[in-house]
Design a protein around this ligand. Structure first.
Ligand code: ACM
Length: 543
């Protein structure tokens, strides 16, 4: 069905057609620029061709270049319909464009031409959009505001990289002529941030959210608790945050989000059309909770806080009733802070919980999540228990994971459990790129850019029905990462590849084409102040 709408994609387009298209675009750009009024001088003034419509990440489903480019000028308006949501997307676009263009770019319901955002019925789905560009303007059309927002991200990438700078740049600001029709392959395109091993401030999380939005990521999974830190205030168990959150890996001061902080993260994510998925990891990975409340331990003795990086040594006490009072309180308070549908209960690496206890624990805890109106997600070890109806399992195995373990996941998928794919040796953004990478871990091997991009979620796990795969997620664990610069060095340039696997039709998958599109992102990251790994696999433009 998707294939039928792809009128032009990388697998089937003769190179000559694409070259010819590019040449025409260059000529059209030149014509427009020649006729322009004088403006500030700049190195690319008069020579810049617009970015080709297919030089976008994630690759759009369908691209038809043609016609004259649109030029954003001091007279351009951002035209919206009367809805508050459309106006919001328009205001966001204006915020992106104003600093670098220096133009006023009023967001208005009036006038003609310009950049128009419109909601309309059409074959867009919940997140797709259509972009039409020509001499008189650019129109983005979508059925939902999320589609307009994703279309805005495409429009951003069609402008020169300098559009991302926060001071006035010379332009010209051309958008290539033609049409893009685009809709995601998967509804789940996630990124996980571990705020437990090291704590990240609200502003640091917001900065990461803004970067995720660039690539149409729509879920932010926050790993809010682990052995080294509990990061969310819980009124009924206050020491979880005040004591359990008081340190981090290496012994630093840690931290936690007040409920107001957390609401601000959720609000900011929603403004970028991301849903926050909170995770409380249990029954393992719980030392911070066990250290905060002695009564949660089977022996009634609280262990010390933990600042190392071992895993698998802690477990909630499955046989004590207070454990379920605790889980009920935490889930109730967290669900109340969560407008989204999902609550992640971890379930990985419960090496200190006997299997029978693990199954019992999950049988007790999953109904608590349902009682508070949320859908369970667990790491894929949940499939070793009995996943609740509608639950999702997040697969984090390796190419080398045993066939038996993969088969257990596949069987759960055949029985209705949806899958989110996060193979550690592909999508874990904290794995070192190579032996010289100064940050990160290497237990899943080294993961260079090609390895992280070059796999197919649709056929990754044998024996899994295609409909069970809900999408992909790129986890970023932070044992070695302490600040935004660290996060960015590990996420870029791999994050866009996982985003593309989640969004783009399988037919567009082509490493040689992808690496060229990825190279074009480098100057954008420079303009945004994002420091990234200069992978030797990518033909970055000369400095
Ligand atoms: C995991 O990496 N333990 C989910």
């Amino acid at each position: 069905m998707k294939g039928a709408r792809v009128r032009r994609h990388h697998g089937t387009t003769p190179r000559t057609t694409r070259l010819l298209g590019s040449l025409l675009l260059v000529m059209a750009a030149g014509a427009v620029t020649l006729g322009a009024s004088p403006g500030p001088a700049g190195p690319d003034r008069g020579t810049a061709a617009p970015v080709p419509l297919d030089r976008v990440i994630p690759a759009p489903a369908s691209v038809e270049p043609g016609g004259s480019p649109y030029r954003i000028t001091e007279d351009t308006r951002i035209r919206v319909d009367g809805s508050r949501e459309t106006r919001r997307v328009g205001a966001y676009l204006a915020d992106v464009l104003r600093p670098s263009t220096g133009y006023r770019l009023p967001v208005t319901e009036h006038g003609r031409g310009g950049i128009r955002l419109r909601l309309a019925k059409g074959p867009f789905g919940a997140e797709g959009y259509r972009l039409d560009s020509g001499r008189s303007g650019v129109t983005l059309t979508a059925a939902e505001p999320a589609g307009l927002f994703h279309g805005v991200q495409t429009l951003r990438q069609l402008l020169p990289a300098a559009v991302e700078k926060d001071s006035v740049q010379p332009g010209p600001w051309l958008v290539a002529g033609g049409t893009i029709e685009d809709t995601p392959r998967y509804a789940w395109r996630g990124a996980m941030l571990d705020v437990s091993r090291h704590f990240f401030t609200v502003d640091e999380v917001k900065r990461y959210i803004d970067q995720l939005a660039l690539y149409k990521i729509n879920k932010l999974h926050l790993h809010l608790s682990d052995d080294q830190g509990w990061r969310i205030a819980v009124d009924s168990w206050p020491r979880l945050a005040t004591y359990g959150g008081s340190t981090e890996v290496g012994g630093g001061p840690g931290g936690y989000y007040t409920k107001a902080d957390y609401k601000e993260i959720v609000r900011h994510a929603a403004s970028r059309h991301l849903e926050v998925v909170p995770e409380i990891d249990m029954p393992g990975h719980t030392n911070a909770a066990l250290a905060s409340y002695a009564e949660l331990n089977c022996d009634g003795v609280a262990p010390p806080l933990y600042t190392g990086i071992a895993v698998g040594f802690s477990s909630l006490c499955v046989g004590k009733e207070i454990t379920y009072d605790f889980v009920d309180d935490v889930v109730r308070e967290l669900a109340a802070l969560t407008p989204g549908r999902y609550l992640h209960i971890g379930g990985d690496e419960a090496h200190s919980t006997p299997h029978e206890d693990y199954v019992k624990f999950m049988d007790r805890v999953q109904p608590i999540v349902a009682k508070y109106g949320k859908t369970v997600i667990g790491w894929h070890q949940l499939t070793g228990a009995d996943p609740a109806k509608g639950a999702l399992a997040q697969y984090w195995g390796l190419d080398g994971t045993s066939g038996q373990e993969k088969e257990q996941v596949a069987e759960a998928a055949r029985n209705g459990t949806g899958l989110i794919l996060s193979p550690a040796d592909r999508s874990y953004l904290d794995m070192k790129y190579d032996a010289n990478t100064p940050l990160g871990l290497s237990w899943a091997g080294h993961v260079e850019v090609r390895r992280s991009y070059d796999w197919d979620p649709g056929s990754y796990l044998p024996g899994v029905p295609a409909s069970a795969v809900r999408g992909v997620e790129a986890p970023l664990w932070t044992e070695t990462l302490e600040n935004s610069a660290h996060l960015e060095y590990m996420a870029f340039p791999r994050l866009p590849g996982v985003a593309e696997l989640g969004w783009s039709p399988a037919a567009t998958h082509d490493w040689e084409d992808y690496r060229v599109r990825l190279a074009a992102q480098g100057p954008r990251w420079d303009a945004l102040g994002i420091g990234y790994h200069k992978s030797p696999q990518v033909p970055w433009p000369n400095e």
